[in-house]
Design a protein around this ligand. Structure first.
Ligand code: GLC
Length: 494
């Protein structure tokens, strides 16, 4: 193990870990993946792990950070029949070294992702470039941790041409699934041209799936270990319903597949110190103070100003995954109740319009904010009494963790990470941190929302004890980072 650097003071072996991902907070974010890639590297024991991150340098990155990037160097890389510019930029952020791959042809869109054919080419380029820059920046990781389909080709390339160089031999890989639904598939002929990978990779035991080439599958086949972001989801993806046609592979690799639940950044999400909210509060004084955030938000969004009205929050990508067809189905019924609903997020047009419609129909009761605003999301977590997340599937889910932290009780469907992190209220045993329902059924959801309303309006003391328990839960990264460390140690030691 001579390749470890001995840290001078304590003589501990420093393991070098590289994260490769398509997004990371604070630079660029479209979903929870960015939160994880931004927060997790900070949580490893610095004495033992040197964790660095590579992401693309998108033109649509936040301006304030783009201006701070330092140019390192550039070179040209062969991929398929092409020869592409690879620029390297870098920046240290909160103690973590970030590298950015620059190529204006690929990364100048208004958003990180667009048309899938081009995205596949974009992330094939990115995956190969991420490996190619390593000798140039002088960082030889012991392990590369890849995230989602965009980086699925990293383990594949590592098994191909990069094997010829001594530098790369023996590097271990982990593939984390944040969402199995997105796999990066396209016809084999095109993907062969794009990637320059030889034909033998495109067989059903490797990158082929149902006649197409599948980038995520490549990563899942070649990675030394696979993780996903909760235990329940790790089990679910071995079944047909959740397996997105890869359940066979998940079963086959079940010995190398484990769930490690996500955490959230407890400094960033802290009702005691949060700069975005009107009134700070904590587990001791929420009974008096939290409601002030509700009143302020009602004013801000033009809702009826009533401290007693039960406010339900939704902060989400507005996609099928999140269960909004259930909401659509029973919204008129729900709005007969004395509740308020505050929505924040963007996504599929039909859900954007659906919430706009109900905000118009139930003015003063429903507020639809069809955009993304980080500050407003914090104010919704702080102001709401409950948080609705009826997902069809949910690998982990982060907003329910943020809600728990703010004493806002999650109402969730029992799937994936929601099942693992929200304990349903049991009124006989005085346990639980939220409310949940089992079947993907609109009236089952409405039933549980109404049960929550009943506790909120008629048993306020019980409700507040639920909040006590919710705020006492610990979903910071510490525990999960330990599990990743153990896995890294085991893989590197193999
Ligand atoms: C994806 C999943 C979500 C998970 C997040 C981070 O966005 O849909 O459940 O929390 O990735 O892992």
């Amino acid at each position: 193990m001579e390749r470890y650097i001995l840290s001078d003071k304590e003589g501990v072996l420093v393991k070098k870990i590289l994260f490769v991902a398509s997004e990371a907070v604070p630079f660029i974010k479209t979903g929870g993946l960015a939160d994880v890639v931004g927060a997790l590297p900070k949580c490893f024991d610095k004495k033992e792990y040197d964790v660095r991150v590579i992401i693309p340098k998108y033109l649509c990155m936040k301006e304030e950070y783009k201006n701070q990037l330092q140019y390192v160097t550039h070179f040209y890389m062969d991929i398929g029949y092409r020869r592409e510019y690879v620029g390297i930029m870098q920046m240290e952020y909160e103690g973590i070294q970030f590298y950015f791959i620059d190529n204006e042809y690929y990364f100048s869109g208004y958003q990180p992702y667009g048309e899938i054919r081009f995205d596949i080419e974009k992330f094939a380029f990115f995956s190969k470039a991420a490996l190619s820059v390593l000798p140039v920046i002088g960082f030889r990781p012991d392990l590369i941790h890849c995230h989602d389909w965009q980086t699925g080709l990293v383990p594949v390339y590592l098994n191909d041409s990069f094997q010829q160089g001594e530098f790369y031999r023996g590097i271990k890989t982990v593939m984390t699934i944040h969402n199995l639904k997105f796999q990066g598939t396209w016809d084999i002929k095109t993907v062969r041209q794009i990637t320059g990978l030889p034909a033998h990779f495109f067989t059903p035991d490797k990158m082929e799936a149902f006649k197409d080439a599948n980038l995520l599958k490549g990563g899942l086949v070649y990675a030394d270990a696979i993780t996903t972001v909760s235990n329940t989801y790790a089990e679910e993806i071995k079944t047909e319903f959740y397996g997105e046609h890869l359940e066979g592979l998940m079963q086959a690799r079940s010995n190398d597949l484990r769930g490690i639940v996500n955490g959230i950044d407890y400094d960033e999400y802290n009702p005691q110190t949060d700069k975005f909210i009107v009134k700070n509060y904590n587990a001791k004084n929420f009974r008096k103070e939290k409601v002030k955030n509700k009143l302020a938000l009602q004013r801000e969004l033009g809702l009826e100003e009533n401290p007693k009205a039960m406010m339900i929050g939704v902060v989400s990508r507005l996609t099928d995954q999140k269960g909004f067809d259930l909401v659509n189905y029973v919204m008129d019924e729900l709005c007969q109740d004395s509740i308020q609903l505050v929505v924040l997020g963007t996504g599929e047009e039909r859900y954007e319009n659906m919430f706009r419609h109900f905000a118009w129909k139930y003015q003063g009761k429903v507020s639809a904010n069809i955009f993304y605003d980080n500050g407003l999301s914090h104010r919704i977590y702080a102001a709401s009494d409950a948080f609705l997340m009826p997902s069809l599937f949910e690998p982990c889910g982060l907003s329910q963790l943020m809600s728990l932290r703010y004493g806002t009780l999650p109402i969730v469907r029992e799937t994936g990470g929601l099942k693992d992190t929200v304990e349903p209220y049991n009124e006989f045993e005085n346990t639980g941190t939220g409310f949940s329902f089992t079947n993907y059924n609109a009236h089952e959801m409405l039933g549980i929302i109404r049960y929550a309303e009943h506790i909120y309006y008629d048993k306020k003391r019980e409700w507040n004890k639920l909040v006590d328990r919710a705020m006492a839960r610990d979903f910071s990264w510490a525990n999960s980072a330990k599990q990743y460390e153990e896995m890294y140690d085991w893989l590197i030691g193999k």
